[in-house]
Design a protein around this ligand. Structure first.
Ligand code: FRU
Length: 639
């Protein structure tokens, strides 16, 4: 059994003890970065929320501080932001000593327990001593609840053009925009998002930033929106939108409008059976129609066939109790596929059935099962057509109290890994940088991960940039340069060429579970595997598949995994096709792997719990491959 501190990251922020989720109130002021965070000081599972606090000069080395915001008569303290009020618009400080002002959500759980829906409101607090002590505003809340159930996570920034404060707020399935002159009175301006992006879960933790497109003088607004569930690889994740904002309204760029209305040609997400207690691994496959793609039953299936008799089969789920009003899912079917269907069975009888449309486009469907609540049921996916060609694809079968829209809603994601959630940027960062940190976990299993003393870490800080790519403008995540201070003794090789496999730990000295490895891959037509492994047969595999435009992160054998059924997953991300070379950068800590490809245009963050830290790195392919600029840095920690 690993020791109690075995999974404590070496270079990621963790609370000293007990539960942490979202980063909050991140702000830079007078040489110090402040990180507040959702914190339950009494337990290692989520509970009454406080704002924990830490201070750093470089976002790398953090000093723990006392808890700064405690629950009060308005509720517990949910997520929010902090700003430097330079003009003293709030009157809480002076121009000479501008106040720091925190804007956060009050969550009144007593009211919620009584069945009210207006239990979330926004409050503020201020500090005039560089964040050391905080005073809550006497007239809280400053933004009352207009009757919206999920009404939270205010992120405030100064809008230069209109000389006012702007707040973005998550409101059920969209973002509300508000303005203020003094941080104390807020005026509603507009809504955005009910028609765009993914709506498979509730919207949370927005951020609005004005970002220069690298290499141009053009600026765009980027709106980050976290969503839970509905992320591309299950559970919670963060999508983004690029557009313009005039102080009142956010308008999505026409490119993004097109992209988000066009269904991607490639089935993007695989199956998310995370809401089934036992996951797909307990489904029964009979016949041959259903190929478990790459033998990866945890979250991906597809059925595809070509005019032969073998192309017939069924996939049957374990039985489950119907416990919500709707079962929602996404479905697509090819031509000649009338008899291919997904069915819901109760007592062996088909009570619901659906088949895909003929275009191959994913559409969202809902079965209203409110009449069947409490009954035992199972699902069958049936493929009994011996046609010319075709396929059926099903994704995201989710129990819900609400019906899904009859439409598939594509989205663009900040990070395709499972473990980067609720991230936002620091206020007032210098030199126009957009410095981001996310919570390195996922609501799907956050409360169960195998640590007891503390629970959860933040991602490494990243700088967000808008890069021009052949596909259009994309938001890239790049590890901040301050992290370089952690890197000791760079070991490098200008090129490695001639064979199809390189064991980097034989070429370099690797500090177990504390290193960064990077290289650039030049003959990138073929599938390349990067395997990080330990002395204990545990590994995390990253696979680059440029021909198919896919990046896959496999943590099925990564270490401890049985604490939750869906954790041992295979995660996929889109990868740009046909580039001359692919630069790959991987940061490995005791319990995480963070991957950045193509200057961070593709990123995947994943937590893992190897019982012995990863100390081997193999890069391999079927044919000889060439790596250049190969670097290995061990990560030195002196605290
Ligand atoms: C996101 C979130 C926020 C909320 C906070 C509660 O992870 O659900 O929407 O403010 O966590 O801890």
């Amino acid at each position: 059994k690993p020791s109690k501190e075995a999974f404590r990251p070496a270079f990621h922020f963790t609370p000293e003890k007990h539960w942490m989720n979202d980063p909050n109130g991140m702000v830079y002021y007078q040489g110090e970065y402040h990180l507040f965070y959702q914190h339950n000081p009494d337990s290692s599972v989520w509970g009454p929320m406080h704002w924990g606090h830490a201070i750093s000069k470089d976002m790398v080395n953090w000093q723990h501080q006392e808890i700064k915001l405690f629950p009060d008569e308005h509720g517990t303290i949910f997520s929010g932001s902090a700003v430097v009020d330079w003009q003293n618009s709030s009157g809480f400080g002076s121009k000479e000593n501008p106040p720091l002002v925190a804007i956060f959500t009050y969550h009144d759980d007593k009211k919620a327990a009584q069945g009210a829906i207006d239990f979330q409101t926004q409050g503020i607090a201020y500090s005039t001593d560089k964040g050391r002590t905080w005073i809550k505003y006497a007239n809280n809340p400053v933004l009352k609840n207009p009757g919206i159930r999920d009404f939270r996570d205010p992120k405030v920034s100064w809008h230069e053009d209109t000389q006012q404060w702007v707040m973005v707020l998550a409101q059920d399935d969209h973002i509300g925009f508000y303005s203020s002159k003094d941080l104390k009175t807020w005026q509603f301006e507009s809504n955005f998002g009910a028609d765009w992006g993914s709506h498979a879960g509730v919207w949370e933790c927005p951020d609005l930033i004005r970002v220069r497109i690298e290499g141009t003088d053009e600026y765009k607004y980027v709106l980050l929106v976290s969503i839970n569930p509905g992320a591309p690889n299950g559970g919670s994740g963060t999508q983004y939108f690029v557009g313009d904002f005039d102080g009142e309204k956010f308008v999505l760029d026409s490119d993004y409008q097109k992209m988000l209305t066009t269904t991607p040609a490639v089935f993007p997400q695989g199956l998310d059976f995370s809401n089934f207690k036992n996951g797909l691994k307990n489904w029964q496959v009979s016949g041959e129609a259903f190929h478990i793609v790459n033998d990866q039953p945890a979250n991906t299936i597809a059925s595809s066939f070509k005019g032969s008799d073998e192309a017939i089969g069924t996939l049957t789920s374990k039985s489950f109790a119907i416990d919500h009003d709707f079962i929602n899912f996404k479905i697509a079917g090819g031509k000649h596929h009338n008899s291919t269907a997904i069915q819901l069975l109760v007592n062996g009888e088909i009570v619901k059935t659906a088949s895909g449309n003929n275009t191959g486009t994913m559409t969202e469907r809902s079965w209203n099962v409110s009449q069947l609540k409490g009954q035992q049921a199972y699902i069958k996916v049936v493929d009994n057509e011996r046609g010319d060609w075709g396929h059926i694809k099903i994704a995201d079968i989710v129990f819900s109290d609400k019906a899904a829209k009859e439409k598939y809603e594509p989205s663009i994601w900040l990070d395709y890994g499972t473990d980067n959630y609720a991230g936002v940027t620091f206020s007032d960062a210098q030199d126009g940088r957009h410095l981001f940190m996310g919570w390195m976990s996922n609501w799907q299993y956050a409360n169960q991960v195998p640590t007891e003393v503390w629970r959860s870490a933040m991602t490494i800080p990243r700088e967000l940039k808008l890069l021009q790519t052949p596909a259009g403008v994309r938001l890239a995540s790049q590890p901040i340069k301050e992290l370089d201070s952690l890197l000791s003794n760079t070991q490098q090789k200008a090129t490695l060429t001639g064979t199809n496999s390189y064991q980097l730990d034989e070429l370099f000295t690797v500090e177990p579970g504390q290193f960064k490895v990077s290289f650039s891959l030049s003959n990138a037509e073929q599938v390349t595997d990067i395997v990080l492994s330990s002395d204990k047969d545990e590994y995390t595999k990253l696979q680059l598949n440029p021909a198919q435009g896919q990046l896959v992160l496999d943590r099925r054998q990564s270490g401890l995994k049985d604490f939750e059924d869906g954790f041992a997953s295979l995660q996929t991300a889109p990868l740009q096709k046909g580039l001359e070379y692919y630069d790959v950068e991987i940061w490995v800590d005791k319990a995480s792997v963070e991957v950045f490809v193509n200057k961070g245009v593709s990123s995947m963050t994943s937590i893992v719990f190897p019982t012995s830290p990863y100390n081997k790195i193999q890069v391999s392919a079927e044919q000889p491959l060439s790596l250049s600029d190969v670097k290995l840095n061990n990560i030195a920690i002196e605290k």
